[in-house]
Design a protein around this ligand. Structure first.
Ligand code: ZN
Ligand code: ZN
Ligand code: ZN
Length: 86
């Protein structure tokens, strides 16, 4: 599993006018920005909201789900991750 420590530290210092938990649980980027895999807003970086209450960028979650260790679980609470249709 790849861990992007570098970008995590970089984005953690950003101060935007949103509550602390309005960030992706995987990359820690706010949801009004794109994930680290997307360079431009509008790169079709959708938001997935899980039934467990955790939300992630679609791309971050796909990367996570594709790792063997994920076993289809939410990376935050380790419940089976099912997203809510928006
Ligand atoms: Zn993300
Ligand atoms: Zn993305
Ligand atoms: Zn969860």
């Amino acid at each position: 599993m790849k861990v992007k420590i570098k970008s995590w530290i970089a984005v953690a210092s950003w101060k935007w006018d949103v509550p602390e938990d309005e960030v992706c649980g995987i990359c820690r980027v706010q949801f009004d920005g794109t994930c680290p895999n997307c360079r431009f807003p509008g790169d079709d970086c959708a938001l997935l909201v899980g039934k467990c209450g955790h939300s992630f960028h679609m791309h971050c979650l796909l990367d996570w789900i594709n790792t063997e260790s994920s076993r289809g679980l939410c990376p935050m609470c380790r419940q089976k991750f099912e997203y809510v249709e928006q």
